[in-house]
Design a protein around this ligand. Structure first.
Ligand code: SF4
Length: 433
């Protein structure tokens, strides 16, 4: 369950701590949410249920978790417990994958809780730092020990790996936990833990002293005071406070409208945006040529790509949103997209009719052998049979892919292409001609 809505929320602290104009820029832009975010909410619900009921995730296989909203509330609950008048927003059935990943989170939290007091889904106050009355964040799991508080956060995404090291969101949760529980112990450090079971088996963990955390609290107070002061200003007055950066802008809702980000992209690609739809071929070619690295190194250009790609996606989405709202966008229009693949409107009736035509089984059904992943799940309880089939699994090595030098994987050592050819002495070369 989410905490009280905060303008300066812990989950967006990595943004407003750097770009204090961002909350004002994002004002009024709808948060569309996503199926992934909803799935994460369902996984949190299952994890919290297991921890509070002292059960395991497999006990809930096949049960439906519904995200709902009513006139005055929203939440998530088991399918059979949804409030009568609530609108069902999304439903997820607990399957094998969800069980495996959530159980990993539950097991790790239980390990952290050994010898301490475990508190689940805790509202952690942050308003005393951000100046927003009653603002809170939600700590998925908090463990209190004699001199240390552990704050664990479940991240269910499989896209971007998030590190606990110096993580603003977790540090804010840590400060919230200190504010709430300081009377219960003489705490000197806070352990910040991110559990992202779909990306990494091991948690990301970082310990910070209370003294260091209190220094961070001072920074939070300065940055949030500025962000709240900018909240009512017009866009033109915000520009000097907008600070683009790859991590800062990644999830910002104002990407498509932010003047500073578009200036940053122009600078990075070394070209002013021109209307290529009206330019002739030579002009288009000249503009595109300017985008190819010349003076700046390839690596420096590469550093900015993620941000530029995010900006491109945001611009596409904004153009679509404007056109769907009936507003004109120069040079673009909406057209009918390609039809989706054909499907039966009623599977059961189609099956009955096909059977009445006396089609053979193999003509009626597309049969496919199960994958090694499915086989492993099916044979989980039968190690001998799994061992027999396991030897038939093959897996090719991944292709080389580009990663930043900070990536945990070791660098591949490839020979430069010219080193892989034998050097031929000139006399021998002559004989070959
Ligand atoms: S896009 Fe980046 S620079 Fe612009 S408001 Fe958002 S975070 Fe700030």
């Amino acid at each position: 369950m989410s905490g009280k809505h905060a303008i300066l929320s812990p989950s967006s602290a990595h943004r407003w701590m750097v770009c204090t104009g961002a909350p004002a820029m994002e004002q009024g832009i709808e948060d569309k949410g996503s199926e992934y975010a909803d799935e994460g909410t369902a996984a949190h619900f299952l994890g919290a249920t297991c921890l509070t009921e002292k059960t395991d995730a497999k006990n809930y296989i096949g049960r439906g978790i519904v995200l709902w909203e009513s006139e005055d509330a929203s939440g998530e609950s088991w399918r059979e417990h949804v409030p009568t008048l609530a609108k069902r927003k999304a439903e997820f059935v607990v399957d094998g994958d969800m069980i495996d990943y959530v159980q990993r989170y539950v097991d790790l939290v239980r390990e952290y809780a050994v010898g301490g007091e475990l508190l689940v889904e805790q509202a952690l106050p942050i308003g005393h730092l951000t100046g927003e009355e009653d603002a809170e964040g939600t700590g998925d799991a908090v463990v209190l020990r004699e001199s240390e508080i552990t704050v664990a956060d479940l991240k269910y995404g499989r896209g971007v790996e998030v590190s606990a090291i110096d993580n603003e969101q977790l540090k804010l949760y840590g400060l919230g936990a200190l504010e709430k529980y300081s009377i219960l112990g003489d705490f000197t450090s806070v352990r910040l833990v991110i559990i992202q079971p779909r990306i990494s088996y091991a948690p990301s963990e970082w310990v910070i002293s209370v003294d260091e955390l209190l220094l961070f609290a001072k920074e939070v107070m300065i940055q949030s005071a500025q962000a709240m002061e900018l909240w009512d200003r017009e866009i033109e007055e915000l520009t000097e406070f907008l600070t683009p950066g790859t991590d800062t802008c990644q999830w910002c809702k104002a990407k498509a409208t932010c003047p500073k980000l578009s200036g940053f992209v122009e600078e990075a690609i070394g070209a002013k945006f021109t209307d290529l739809t009206t330019a002739d071929a030579l002009e288009q070619e000249a503009t595109v040529k300017k985008l190819i690295p010349s003076d700046a190194s390839l690596g420096a250009k590469m550093d900015t790509l993620e941000l530029i790609e995010g900006w491109c996606k945001a611009i596409r989405a904004e153009v679509e949103r404007e056109l769907l709202a009936g507003k004109p966008v120069a040079g673009y229009k909406l057209v009918q997209g390609r039809k989706s693949a054909r499907s039966w409107s009623d599977d059961t009736e189609a099956e009955t009719v096909l059977k009445s035509m006396r089609l053979k089984q193999e003509q009626m059904y597309d049969l496919k052998l199960i994958s090694p992943t499915t086989a492993e799940k099916v044979l989980k309880e039968s190690p001998k049979r799994w061992k027999r089939i396991e030897s038939l699994i093959s897996q090719s090595e991944g292709k080389p892919s580009v990663a930043p030098v900070t990536d945990k994987r070791p660098a591949l050592e490839l020979k430069p292409l010219e080193d892989s050819f034998d050097v031929i002495e000139p006399s021998v070369a002559e004989d070959l001609v």
